[in-house]
Ligand binder design. Structure first.
Ligand code: ADP
Ligand code: MG
Length: 242
């Protein structure tokens, strides 16, 4: 059974149909990349999973339960979420940022969990725990955001263009370390990106969005073979070998 199930999801913003009857499943342990151009509905779709998008139609179930049947705050704390801009609290240290969710959940060891999470994303707590976000590079900030999302050991991780602002080399490193971390943690992930190459580096499955619809879904390894129409165009544009 899929850990995340989205059925015929519809979302309107005024005249804009941001989600047009989207159906999608994510199996436990998978990493699904949502790929598409700006405005195609990726963020809106991602946020249906932790109920930051309230649907106008359709259903979302997580772990076999409808998201609108569970307490939204508990739901959000049980799902790691890296926002498009990282979303770190600027006047909190890295350690306080990293330990936020365990603290909110009332764990008795948020600092220890925060330290473990910093360590897991490759930031030495002895060096970084007391620093503020402004004292970090872009790549380090994104690592802290990922540490924060994973510190409470969630089974689901949502990532919204987490590496979009990084330069090419840092971005490559971040993609590789994320892929390794995700696999070792066994976390199920949905990863939004407008970069198909990035999707193929980090994901096991890829769904291509256009104007609020999923126009193609495929195992990452089969996408070059399966792509037709718009998806093939995107592949060509992103320079993925045919
Ligand atoms: P993406 O993440 O793929 O760039 P979004 O999901 O952010 O796309 O947006 C999909 C569409 O919905 C766009 O046309 C966007 O302008 C619109 N939209 C998203 N959020 C809002 C909002 N809060 N209010 C009005 N329109 C929105
Ligand atoms: Mg977006």
């Amino acid at each position: 059974m899929a850990l995340i199930r989205i059925e015929r999801a519809v979302k309107r913003y005024g005249d804009v149909l941001a989600l047009d009857h989207v159906t999608l499943g994510v199996d436990r342990g998978a990493c699904l990349a949502l790929v598409g151009e700006s405005g195609s509905g990726k963020t809106t779709l991602l946020r249906t999973i932790n109920r930051l998008t309230e649907l106008d139609g359709g259903h979302v179930t997580v772990r076999g339960r409808a998201v609108d049947a569970v307490d939204p705050v508990r739901l959000r704390r049980s799902i790691g979420y890296v926002q498009q801009d990282g979303g770190l609290i600027p006047h909190w240290t890295c350690l306080d940022n990293a330990g936020l969710v365990p603290a909110l959940l009332g764990h008795n060891d948020p600092a220890e969990r925060g330290r473990d999470a910093l360590h897991a994303v490759g930031l030495d707590p002895a060096v970084f725990a007391g620093r503020y976000p402004r004292e970090l590079s872009g790549g380090q900030r994104q690592r802290v955001a990922i540490a924060r999302a994973m510190a409470a050991d969630p089974d689901i991780l949502l990532m919204d263009e987490p590496f979009g602002a990084l330069d090419a080399i840092t971005r490559n490193e971040a993609q590789q370390s994320f892929a390794a971390l995700r696999e070792s943690a066994g976390v199920t992930a949905v990863f939004v990106t407008h970069d198909l190459r990035e999707a193929l580096r980090v994901a096991t499955r890829v769904a291509v969005m256009r104007a609020g619809e999923i126009v193609m879904e495929s195992a990452a390894g089969d996408i070059v073979r399966n792509a037709t129409g718009y998806a093939a165009e995107l592949l060509e544009k992103s320079g993925v070998a045919q």
